[in-house]
Design a protein around this ligand. Structure first.
Ligand code: ATP
Ligand code: MG
Length: 352
């Protein structure tokens, strides 16, 4: 069974959104990403001119309680930099991250600790994410200690509760183990447990399954999907793999060279992509029966641009087969809305 087929069958096992308390009724954004730029300074060598890698270059979107959003794009387009900026690991060069109405750049130490309890992080490489010399109980206890949970009994209870939730059971078999004693899938369950232990409202999952083998990928995506629905959790899911997003996310953002170039409901985008880049990405989805081929697929022809000195105008224009001469290579396209709630930053959809 492919990842796609397995997730498709999982649809019936979860509570529909409309049945959840507070689901989309509360329209106050949980997270608001406002014109965020994350540029990395290049070191100056000799007399060479210093420059910047424009990893994230003007990204805006809102997420709400219970939202499941996927960000897709080629390697190096800035997905992880965007994630790390949201997590507060990089300061935005320009723009703001606003969480429940509070601007990240204005938070003091105490408030930052609160923020870290609200946002859980699931990394790509579970083994690299876990301290090799700590056993599982200690790994899960640490965030509780940092957040000031003083009562050891309470900590032990919360650890057991979250281990049940991620199905690391029987719990007693895992508590004393070290990460290297676990399989890749079990390690990723520990990472998910650690991300969940402080009862966050948002989980940021950066390629959470790309290093796992196909059968385990399904389990971990189902686990995240179940947690998202049962806790009304917002999940920002980053992936190269377009074939899994339909079953996990409601909205999808396509990122290209530091910018979001198309935003829509997942099914709308998969049915009808407007941006020529998205079109090319969709055409490159592999045959679902081709074993484990999702990361071997062809990407749109040509090279992604250099983010130090990106092309003028639309950044995709050097690879695009629908260029409008005199426009695309000169002016950056704004977001157009060719159908309601479907946005494409492409001059083809300029309203007359
Ligand atoms: N700390 C950093 N310092 C300098 N440049 C960086 C830093 N982090 C990322 N970059 C650069 O920013 C660009 C975007 O990188 P990023 O890791 O965000 O891409 P990505 O979309 O997550 O790629 P992948 O799919 O391979 O994980 C790349 O050119 C990368 O080399
Ligand atoms: Mg990345």
């Amino acid at each position: 069974m492919t990842v796609e087929q397995a997730l498709s069958t999982a649809q019936t096992e979860v509570t529909p959104d409309s049945a959840l308390p507070n689901s989309k009724a509360d329209r106050t954004p949980l997270l608001s990403v406002q014109d965020v730029h994350t540029w990395f300074e290049l070191r100056r060598w000799g007399f060479g001119r210093a420059g910047h890698v424009r990893a994230v270059d003007g990204v805006s979107f809102d997420m709400y309680a219970g939202d499941a959003v996927a960000v897709v794009g080629e390697s190096g387009c800035g997905k992880s930099s965007l994630m790390k900026t949201i997590l507060g690991l990089h300061m935005p060069t320009r723009g703001e991250i606003v969480f429940e109405g509070r601007r990240l750049t204005t938070l003091n130490r105490e408030a930052l600790r609160w923020y870290r309890s609200q946002v859980g992080y699931v990394q790509q490489d579970p083994f690299g994410a876990l301290a090799p010399f700590m056993h599982i109980e200690r790994i899960l206890e640490e965030p509780l200690i940092v957040q000031g949970m003083k009562n050891a009994r309470e900590r032990a209870d919360r650890i057991r509760e979250v281990m049940h939730e991620v199905r690391l059971t029987p719990v007693e078999d895992f508590l004393g183990k070290f990460p290297h004693m676990l399989s890749g899938g079990q390690q990723q369950r520990v990472v998910v447990a650690r991300a969940m232990i402080l009862r966050p409202k948002l989980i940021v999952a950066d390629e959470p399954v790309s290093m796992l083998d196909a059968s385990v990928r399904v389990e971990i995506l189902r686990l995240l999907q179940g947690l998202q629905r049962s806790h009304n959790l917002a999940v920002l899911y980053i992936t190269h793999d377009l074939s899994t997003v339909r079953y996990f996310s409601e909205r999808i953002f396509v990122m290209y060279a530091g910018k979001i170039i198309e935003k829509a409901e997942v099914n709308d985008l998969l049915r009808n992509a407007y941006h020529p880049y998205t079109d090319a990405l969709l055409a490159a989805i592999p045959d679902p029966d081709a074993h484990n081929a999702t990361h071997l697929r062809e990407v749109p022809p040509g090279e992604p641009p250099n983010l130090i000195n990106p092309p003028a105008g639309c950044r995709f224009h050097p690879r695009c087969n629908r260029v409008i001469e005199g426009l695309c290579e000169v002016q950056i396209p704004p977001d157009f809305e060719p159908e309601p709630n479907h946005f494409a930053a492409c001059w083809l959809y300029k309203e007359e």
